[in-house]
Design a protein around this ligand. Sequence first.
Ligand SMILES: [Zn+2]
Length: 201
Amino acid sequence: MSDGGTGIEALISLISRLPGLGPRSARRVVLMLLKKRTTLMAPLAQALSVVAQSARDCTLCGNISTDDMCDICTNTQRRSSGEICVVEDVADLWAMERGMAFQGCYHILGGTLSPLDGIGPEDLRIPDLVVRVEAGDIREVILALSATVDGQTTAHYVAESLEASQVRVTSLAQGVPIGGELDYLDDGTIKAALRARRPLF
Ligand SMILES: [Zn+2]
């Protein structure tokens, strides 16, 4: 390599592992950072270091946060809505938030039930959800899980687990590719799917 310095090469190699970036764009990114060492590179390094050390799962919903509880869970207005939207992962939560259609709280399962991959209920945050619903003033649980077989199996399992609590369980409108694909939907579609939610059983 002609640019000299293994540190810079190592940086390029790390940056190229980010989504949407290959070696060529990584090189451009690093070159730009090097040109803006004080105004961009140093603050970025500082921010990365702070978040790397403090990032953890929200103890209530599983969202990624730099505190024990995330901004959504500490928002009393959202807590008092009595609505919990159940999603598979953080990307889905972020997609829902981007649409600004939902004003309640979330619960991240961490995946879907998948017997073939050996993923059972105890591997997901389903027991936590049951505890949460039974402990709090929850009016409605909205399931926003994938339209895949695993996603729908999980939705039914969650609904059954919540049966004893007598909470209202709904699901986002059918036919909408949600779950893993929630991130690719435009905000209007997410809003429409939320408005058209229906009881699961
Ligand atoms: Zn949270």
